[in-house]
Design a protein around this ligand. Structure first.
Ligand SMILES: [Zn+2]
Length: 151
């Protein structure tokens, strides 16, 4: 049996992994990480071609800090719906290890209204109808690997 609260011990990361390579913060390289994001396909804002995406990607990667409270290209693979754009609500590491997590759902109507101004500030003219394509995604992954796809 494994206790949930991991005591601080030498060579044991906060995620629970036993390893020699722990940095000063008590975390091992490429630890478990969890994000909660508001995610939409790039097509929602009219990015439909590879050239358009590349232009957008170059610009946003200069501007984003990849942390909570910023827009960034999604860290997951772009299967099915093409490139995705995230508004990051939670970015947490280390988190307890033990398995990948992928959860996605539609926004509640009151959430669409709540988050609309954030999207309008970044993408002027963004509408409440476009918020229908924004999904709430929670996922956890081992940061050395590609994040699992969810939408
Ligand atoms: Zn770890």
């Amino acid at each position: 049996m494994r206790l949930k609260a991991v005591p601080v011990r030498k060579n044991i990361c906060a995620c629970g992994m036993r390893t020699e390579s722990i940095n000063k913060g008590g975390v091992h390289m490429s630890c478990w990480r969890e994000q909660h994001v508001l995610r939409m396909p790039a097509t929602t804002i009219g990015i439909n071609t590879k050239d358009e995406w590349n232009a957008f990607y170059s610009k946003i990667k200069e501007e984003t800090d990849w942390g909570a409270g910023s827009f960034a290209p999604a860290l997951c693979s772009y299967a099915e719906n093409g490139p995705m754009i995230d508004y990051i609500l939670v970015d947490s590491a280390p988190v307890e290890g033990g398995g990948f997590k992928m959860k996605a759902r539609l926004l509640w109507y009151n959430e669409e209204e709540e988050y609309l101004p954030i999207f309008q500030k970044e993408f002027p003219g963004f509408t409440l109808e476009q918020m229908d394509e924004v999904h709430y995604c929670e996922y956890k992954w081992y940061d050395a690997t590609e994040a699992p796809y969810c939408y």
